[in-house]
Design a protein around this ligand. Sequence first.
Ligand code: ARG
Ligand code: ZN
Length: 416
Amino acid sequence: LLLLAVAFTYGLPSSKKRFDGNQVLRILPKSSDEILKIVDMGKKYNVDIWNIPKSLNSTLDIHVDAHNLKEFVAELKSLGTNYMTWIEDLQKLIENENVHSSHVKSRAAASFSLSHYHSNFQISNHLDAVALSSRYATVHTAGHSVQGRAIKYLKVSSGGSKKAIIIDGGIHAREWISTAVVMYLIDQLAMNPDNNPEITSMLQKFDWYLLPVMNPDGYEYSRTNNRMWRKNRATSHSITGTCTGVDLNRNFGFHWNPAIGGSRDECEETFAGTKAFSEPESRAVGHLMQSIRGQAIAYLNLHSYGQLWLWPWGYTTSLPSDLADLKHMAGRGAAAIYPSHHAHYTTGGDATDLYPAAGGADDFAKGGAGIKYSYTVELRDTGRHGFVLPASTIIPSGEETLKGIIAFASELYAYE
Ligand code: ARG
Ligand code: ZN
């Protein structure tokens, strides 16, 4: 009975996937043909592609399981490919992820450390705490995940009805820094702990919608079972009964098309779902965008990693007719990130500079919900730690992202 009670309260003990001896290899490809060959060869070894280069001065980063390493490397060599071991031991990186960081207290609740990664439960409670202690913040639920978790967001508003900026994180489970940065932004915007006049002005100019965990089931799963999980936790689409999860950033309903940068195969990391908005998580965020249609002027869909500020479209290499405006604001944001800690951000187009992928949240925001300034922002780093960014970098990432967003929003206000 005790065990049963424990199981109900804390969940059944789960086996956590280990990554001992797994490595991330970094390759500087010489041709696009070479990229295709390596990616194709990697399928045999079930590798996880962390970064795929669009232009040839970018790198191909591949996460390889320890037991496949020898053979994979031998095949790489036979292809004549130059590679370097980029991450020596992924498990070690994961074990150090949340340590070596000092406690930076939230202004709303001193027990909540902004400089650490947290469970969805802790985050959800903290949103309530912020709503209680902030004069400007209210907490709302956009919808529920496949497993029934609330997808919460804070609205931070000084009153009246202003143009709105929506910022979300955690669409991809393993991209923890995106969630942690939204938590930092929440503390700054809702609490203004340093009495920063720039923040006061941001609240006078805009209403802010801040949603830290779009994919709570995936996020939890990446904490308790598999640190490298990306998708949501939908099982209902499984034909074989073996694979779980839809890539939410392939599931939004604007020119949805699995054939463009996604997949119809439920076992793939980029499974686009069975139809546009088949997933409750993407539906919830899509509804939020629609519900403030006309009011929302900007949308930032935060990811990691790569240090990129990207404009639509993802579904096509054609460019929006207001590209000049989009570029101008992206440039302001990206440039303002740099001074704080010298993180260099590059601007570009989803499909033209990263890779084509349909069903993205940014495409829907712009094309489906009429939010003119819609972007994907890939946060730190450029691959040194990849998805496993040490918690000690949360605050610096938050500080510089805030600077970028303030510059972006100020220019937007002056311009629009
Ligand atoms: N890394 C992101 C992804 O793969 C990039 C998305 C860019 N946006 C887009 N609509 N394709 O989801
Ligand atoms: Zn992502």
